[in-house]
Design a protein around this ligand. Structure first.
Ligand SMILES: NC(=O)c1ccc[n+]([C@@H]2O[C@H](COP(=O)([O-])OP(=O)(O)OC[C@H]3O[C@@H](n4cnc5c(N)ncnc54)[C@H](O)[C@@H]3O)[C@@H](O)[C@H]2O)c1
Length: 325
């Protein structure tokens, strides 16, 4: 099996998770890691027997790389991706793909021109619970999709990039993007959003702490998303949950399982699924991206929905997603 030599740009919490996953993926080897914080690069390098860098362009000068992971704060996307693309390397990039559509579109165009394998970190698409819902709902018209992402991530250091609107885009862009992506993946494309936002708990940040969005799907189905990160920091049970209504039935999905009613009884179903890191490494090894469920161009559509919702709340009007695309 071909060895895939990987470089990392960004060595924060999320990147370390991928590095650990990759240690269990056959054929994957982390050879170089980069972070603008030298201690983070050094620590990741020691953990994975890799070389440390503090400037991504220096990492990209290596001639042995087969693929790159980018796990950066939302505001830092742009030049790193463009430099990876200029090197002709397949890349994995964490969601959300950018802080605004201009950056996302520039990278999307460069990826298309270079014809590269890309994979965006929407890992919920690969879960067994997700596959069960896709199989069940195939060809069945939906009437409503209701999502929620309630958690307590907004508590904490108000100076962190995550809690600054111009650095993260707020909860809808940075975090509830997972739920929005699952609403798209299981419910179809979104036509229009009409959002309201409030900031009544975490007043020390400029990000809304509470969001309510009415959604019109292209299919004619409707939906709603509620998201708050001002809730109990210790309770993740209400994050990334969907209720999907179809043919006088409903199912409840969360990452761990699907709950469906069969013969009048609620039944919980699970199934195994691959990790997103296995999928990406296999795609690079084989040169075949067929199993990648969220390539860059697809993830741009998810970003557009979050940004449309922020614009809708700011301008107090329904916003067609096409306005952003
Ligand atoms: N898919 C998921 O479930 C999931 C989970 C958590 C985080 N994420 C995403 O991962 C990304 C990173 O999140 P995090 O929590 O690890 O953040 P973090 O702040 O812990 O890590 C980001 C790292 O990038 C470094 N960095 C910034 N600019 C850089 C540059 N130009 N070159 C090299 N390094 C640079 C920072 O110093 C920092 O160490 C975000 O996009 C976040 O949304 C995804």
């Amino acid at each position: 099996m071909k060895e895939v030599k990987i470089g990392f740009i960004g060595c924060g919490g999320n990147a370390n998770g991928h590095m650990n996953q990759l240690s269990g993926v056959e054929g994957a080897r982390i050879v170089a890691v980069c972070d603008v914080q030298p201690n983070r690069a050094q620590s990741a390098a020691e953990n994975h027997n890799a070389q440390a860098y503090t400037v991504h362009s220096a990492l990209l000068e290596r001639d042995d790389l087969d693929a790159v992971y980018l796990s950066l704060p939302v505001f830092a996307h742009g030049q790193p991706e463009l430099d990876v693309i200029a090197r002709g390397l397949p890349f994995f990039v964490e969601k959300p793909v950018a802080i605004n559509m201009d950056i996302a579109r520039e990278i999307e165009a460069a990826v298309a021109k270079a014809d590269l394998i890309t994979c965006v970190g929407y890992q919920l698409r690969y879960l067994g619970s997700t596959r069960i819902v896709r199989d069940l709902l195939q060809d069945i018209p939906l009437n409503m999709v209701v999502g929620k992402y309630w958690c307590g991530t907004g508590h904490g250091d108000p100076g962190a990039w995550l809690r600054q609107m111009n650095k993260s885009g707020g909860q809808l862009v940075e975090q509830a993007t997972h739920t929005i992506d699952m609403m798209r993946y299981l419910g179809g494309e979104v036509e229009t959003v009409y959002a309201m936002q409030a900031n009544r708990v975490l007043k020390d940040t400029d990000c809304p702490d509470t969001n309510s969005i009415a959604i019109q799907f292209t299919s004619g189905a409707i939906g709603a998303l509620t998201a708050t990160w001002a809730y109990d920091p210790g309770d993740w049970s209400q994050a990334n949950v969907l209720d999907i209504f179809y043919e006088a039935q409903m199912l409840n999905w969360n990452p761990a399982r699907v709950s469906v009613r069969e013969s009048g009884e609620w039944v919980e179903k699970t199934a195994p699924g691959p990790t997103i890191d296995e999928i990406f490494v296999e795609a690079v090894q084989s040169g075949d991206a067929a199993n990648i469920l969220s390539p860059y161009s697809d993830a741009v559509k998810t970003l557009a929905i979050s940004l449309a919702a922020n614009r809708s709340a700011q301008e107090n009007r329904p916003v067609p997603v096409a306005e952003l695309l």
